[in-house]
Design a protein around this ligand. Sequence first.
Ligand code: 4NP
Length: 152
Amino acid sequence: MPSVLFVCLGNICRSPLAEGAMRTACAAAGADVQIDSAGTGDWHVGSPPDPRAIVVAAANGVDISGLRGRQVSAEDFRRFDHIVALDGDNLRDLKALRLADATAKLSLLLDHVPRRVGQAVADPYYGDDSGFEITWTDVSDAAAHLVDKLAP
Ligand code: 4NP
């Protein structure tokens, strides 16, 4: 079974939304994919997603309220086939964490979306609710493309 880990900074806004969008896209496609999310930072370990992320997911029929924050670990680089960063800073931090025995392929989420290669999913944490709508659009677009790639 293919596996994918989504990684942002706090694991309470963007990567839980990416996890929720991907779980939904895989279920709709009947694709068996192991999916998780984590943060490069440790401030929100054990915390549920940001309430604004829970609301935007729920508005799109996806329940992410049961997810809990965790920090990415060296073991993740062996456990997951793909580790997908939400922005360039996260990708740089992941490359710095990667040990010699890492097998996971690293990529940027929007590299999987035609015409958005190299772009970041903007951090909505310090903004208003509209930022979370944009995050949802970005992660659900990317999830649709990723399902096709991982479980064609
Ligand atoms: P995320 O957003 O990386 O999309 O989960 C953030 C959440 C928390 C913080 C920064 C970004 N923070 O600084 O606590």
